[in-house]
Unconditional design. Sequence first.
Length: 291
Amino acid sequence: MTTNSLAPIVTLLQQRAAISSEWMNEVLRVWMRMYPGLVNEDELRRQADALLKELAKLFSEHSGETPPDIGANSALGEIARELSADRAKKGFKPADTAQYVIALKNVLTQHLVSTLNETPASLTLCLRAVDGVLDRLSLLTFEAFVETRERVIAQQSLSLVELSTPVILLWNNVLLLPLIGVIDTVRARQLTERLLESITKYEASVTLIDVTGVPVFDTSVAWHIMKTIDAAQLLGSRIVMTGISPEGAQTLTKLGISFANVISRATLRAGLAEALQLVGRRIESTGGVHK
């Protein structure tokens, strides 16, 4: 049952149309300018109306003078998280999403001050309750925003990894793994996993590993590639390595690193010719491939 102390808040929130209009006008005035084409006004007003409805329900069911608590899994929390996640996916800034709740607090505060200016004690109690609830709501929206952005970044990072380490089916049973950029422990593990999955999927008997795009060929890079080669050979795929530069070859010789059981060719073209011979194909001078 609504307590007398918080009744003014409930009465105010029950005027959803007026409060929502005033609130959304303030929000849209900024968002429409900063994010043209990304704001669905109808959807935003629907979410605002649902949020005000849940706020009214929260205050009407609360007893006592302490501000009511909002659970992260409550209906109110879910609405806030839904809106915040949607904004994060569309590229909004965290501050702009937080401003959504702040704008609502400003509207409610102005109306409460106007209504309760002659009853300071009631005004103080209501403002404290509104501050407590909306501060918690603001925190929930920020948490949802951060979680969503982290997921988006993780998905984008995974997509970049997949693009940077493609495994290409060149011919029946022949794969190409072109390595480009820096190869560290994390990336080495990822490219190994992708290569092994592709060898199994395509039943590849020969795999070309081209290192032309690797800027530095040192002990660490060689060790990572050796591990990948060992794993591929365990699945029955022979390895042809191409693209080692003269400087890289000298470095590996000085370090005493050798790729046992690995065929090495200077260029990708020569490596492809070798790979096709291994699977019983040959390249004619005209460029055609024959049995």
